[in-house]
Design a protein around this ligand. Structure first.
Ligand SMILES: [Zn+2]
Length: 457
């Protein structure tokens, strides 16, 4: 007999409906949800019955932008401690990511379900200094001719998607999209390729609302590209030029309208990573005081020190993507506005954090920040859907995760508060379920490594 759990008297945010539903019962059989009803469900024999007394239940969260192999394995339970029951790795050495995915999905390693996109597909130029600590994520696709062999290997290895990266030129990017032919979703963190070139070609998502669409919004002489002022994200010009390009960009002009229309028409997902701009808005001092930051994985901090040996002490890479709170505030405001306009036009928004890749977003906790920033832009319910059902559909996993309905994995959060009134109430998380198994956040937190930073409170 599989273990059965009956949760009753729950206020349910199921990830799909626009309104919460009071007085709900949820029956979990083994690792899946078997029944969801308003009112009572007669408890099956041997069922564990839990009266939630009106607490809110919502689907486990999905972080669509993590680098799981660049953090300590001991830090992975942090995701669960924040209710993040699924994560999408969008940049890792293939074999390392495969091994971690196997351990996480079998339960041998405590943490979220993992979906992997393999390496970052770069062009001829390397996006990171060779031999620098971030370079292990990269793989060069040097030409259109190289696409079948390079991408064929990834698909044969069973990746859950692929990711186009900064120096990949448009012809190679389009050839990859054509070769993959919708077998798996494709996302891009673009630089040399304009997002419109791949939106029309059939890409499924874009990463970083201020980077991938940048060339389609900024003035011609400020664009990223080979031989341009910014041909690499590692140049000191990258953050200042990008912020300035956006400051001057007209969100209501013809160029912007073309982008919003294409995103909506093709239903391309925009992965926002607003949490990184929030760090810029705070400035280094204040961000270091953030109590969530004590959960930054030690490996991420160590890697940052190694990176400094390659590029020098750089506040823009330390606190990517900036360091000036005034500029950071403007940038965050503008990108919350882009997010709002896209959402209101009928476009798709999903949340991600870049934890692991950038050292400062703490696993799990950074997604709470992302949700808070999304809620300011598009409202609480849409923000919660962005990190549950919308993200699940993007991953093509909507039959398994992202909503609370019969047949789905029993992945959910129990919250002693109302995240619709204020998404910060997600922090009143009392229990997390992954596959029907309950975890107490405080117990998980007691076991993870802590950093010296973020001790300001
Ligand atoms: Zn990333």
């Amino acid at each position: 007999m599989p273990h059965t759990v009956l949760l009753k008297n729950a206020r349910l945010i199921d990830g799909l409906a626009d309104q919460p539903q009071p007085g709900m019962s949820i029956l979990v059989t083994g690792e899946r949800i078997s029944q969801v009803e308003r009112g009572e469900i007669p408890p099956p024999p041997d069922a564990q019955v839990i009266d939630l007394g009106g607490k809110t239940v919502l689907p486990g969260l999905i972080d669509t932008h993590v680098h799981s192999t660049l953090m300590d394995r001991e830090a992975l339970p942090l995701f669960l401690a924040a209710g993040v029951t699924s994560a999408r790795d969008v940049g890792a050495k293939l074999e390392t990511a495969q091994a971690l995915k196997a351990d996480l999905n079998s339960g041998a390693q405590l943490g979220p379900r993992l979906f992997i996109y393999g390496p970052l597909l770069d062009g001829v130029d390397s996006s990171f200094p060779p031999r620098s600590p971030l370079a292990e994520m990269l793989e060069s696709v040097p030409s259109v001719e190289a696409v079948p062999q390079k991408i064929g290997r990834l698909l044969a290895a069973g990746v859950d998607g692929v990711k186009l990266y900064f120096t990949l030129p448009p012809d190679t990017a389009q050839a990859i999209i054509k070769f993959v032919d919708k077998r798996v979703p494709i996302t891009g963190h673009l630089g040399y390729t304009h997002s419109l070139d791949v939106i029309k070609a059939g890409i499924d998502g874009l990463e970083h609302v201020w980077i991938s669409p940048y060339n389609d919004f900024c003035a011609l002489d400020m664009q990223f590209g080979p031989g341009k002022k910014v041909s690499s994200m590692m140049t000191r010009h990258f953050a200042p030029l990008t912020f300035k390009g956006w400051e001057e960009a007209d969100l209501h002009g013809h160029q912007a309208a073309t982008w919003f229309d294409a995103m909506v028409e093709q239903q391309v997902h925009m992965g926002t990573t607003l949490d990184l701009l929030w760090i810029s808005k705070c400035g280094q001092e204040a961000a270091m005081q953030d109590p969530d930051r004590r959960y930054i994985p030690p490996m991420a901090l160590a890697r940052q020190r190694q990176l400094a040996a390659h590029i020098g002490e750089r506040p823009d890479w330390d606190m990517f993507p900036g360091f000036d709170p005034a500029l950071g505030t403007k940038a965050l405001d503008k990108h919350q506005e882009v997010t709002r306009m896209l959402h209101e036009a009928g476009g798709l928004v999903v949340g991600g954090t870049d934890c692991g890749g950038i050292p400062y977003p703490p696993p799990g906790f950074a997604l709470w920040r992302e949700i808070e920033l999304l809620a300011e832009a598009i409202g609480s319910m849409a923000a919660l859907k962005a990190v549950t059902s919308v993200a699940a559909r993007y991953l093509r996993q909507q039959e398994h995760i992202g909503s609370i309905a019969p047949g789905r994995y029993a992945d959910f959060m129990v919250v002693d508060g109302d995240p619709l009134r204020d998404t910060r109430e997600l922090r009143k998380l009392t229990t997390v379920y992954r596959g029907g198994k309950a975890y107490e956040p405080q117990t998980l937190l007691a076991g993870v490594p802590k950093s010296e930073v973020g001790q300001g409170r």
